[in-house]
Each structure stands twice: as C-alpha cells, then as structure tokens.
Design a protein around this ligand. Sequence first.
Ligand code: FES
Length: 110
Amino acid sequence: MTRVRFLRPDGTLDREVDAPAGTNLLDLAQANGQPLEGSCEGAMACSTCHVIVAKEDFERLPPASEEEDDLLDLAAHVTRTSRLACQLTLTADLETLTVRMPGAAYHLDR
Ligand code: FES
C-alpha cells in the first residue's frame, strides 16, 4: 500500500488515502472526490488532470516524457513540480506522496 495525501489549492489537507501499488493517481483522485477531469486512459489528451506534487516527492517520480511536458504547458497554475496525474502510477517507494490540486481545478467543482 502507498499512502497519498491530497491537498486543497490552499495547501490544507483534504484527505489521506491508501492504495495498492500499481494504482493510477488520476483514478485514485477521482475515486476520492478530487476535482480533476480527464479520462485519456494514458494516451495524454488533456491538461485537466494536472496536479502539483510536493517538492520532496517530485524528485522521487520518474521524469515526465516530452509529450507530458508539452501538455503541461497548456495547464493552468503550472509550477516546477507539476505533473499529469494520469501519467503517475503508485509504487512502494512513493510512500506518502503528497499532491495539491491546482486552483483552477478546485473551482470547477466546489
Ligand atoms: S487524463 Fe489528462 S492527459 Fe491523461
């Protein structure tokens, strides 16, 4: 199991959930009420699944592909630790991965 902490755009904790290794981060976020859109099944067709990864966790992730970087350029509120949630798969060494919802996504749903 890997614990994931979902933060609101203001940095406060929304919820912590445990998920088995192999779980896709976007699927987990959507199943836990996070305001992310997107359903590309890994084919990369949007930038609405954008999350901001905690700085200390960002370095533990495999690097983004060129295609992912290109799509992130289209996302709102991008930071240096932004990633597309659909491209992230939980692994045991990502224990306590912390991701923050970007402001634009937050306002879509709340
Ligand atoms: S769901 Fe956004 S790029 Fe895959």
